[in-house]
Design a protein around this ligand. Sequence first.
Ligand SMILES: C[S@@+](CC[C@H](N)C(=O)[O-])C[C@H]1O[C@@H](n2cnc3c(N)ncnc32)[C@H](O)[C@@H]1O
Length: 212
Amino acid sequence: MDSAKTDLLKEVADYYAEKLAEHGRTPQGVDWNGEQGQILRFQQLSQLIQGHGGAFSVNDLGCGYGAFFDFLQSEYPEFSYLGVDVSKDMVTSAQSRLGPATQARFITAAEPDTTADYCVASGIFNVRLGRGDAEWFDYVRDTLDVMDRTSRRGFSFNCLTSYSDEDKKRDYLYYADPCRLFDLCKRRYSRQVALLHDYGLYEFTILVRKSS
Ligand SMILES: C[S@@+](CC[C@H](N)C(=O)[O-])C[C@H]1O[C@@H](n2cnc3c(N)ncnc32)[C@H](O)[C@@H]1O
């Protein structure tokens, strides 16, 4: 990994470690406003998995304290889960919360160490701190390449939307153009791509299915 990328990931990890230290293992501790929005995001992202009969595996890139694991457990009887986070503190908190006895494994990294049926990422492209648009877009694309490489059946992710009200936007956050990312996914990863921009948050979700 080049040093610019290492610096970027360290800044992101420090940002989230601070949120965790301030708010603990709560939606606010991973910089969400509340549980309702966090779950609503999981519902969008997991549309990728709906209809999968039987057991499956998931890589959760940017897992935080592992809330998506709880969501999956409430919805699906049989799955295996790898949580990946750049923040060591997040991983430690997820591990101590869920314990070694579950079917969850966690690693501190920016890439899964194994391929899974699905890869999901909730909230990892939002906080760009001082990075410019071009640099952040390249980072998003490189990260989507990782999600593509480490998933067999597909991947899903969300981003804040460039259609957000101008007066609500903040400089340290990245507001992605949903049409540009839809186009990127369609041309680069799969013909089967869905753009979900109808769930009431200032963001959108993209599902990339590799097999129908
Ligand atoms: C907004 S929080 C969401 C956490 C979790 N997905 C949830 O919804 O509860 C984003 C998390 O992703 C992690 N993260 C950000 N960029 C990442 C990357 N490129 N690779 C791995 N983890 C990342 C952060 O450390 C943080 O814990």
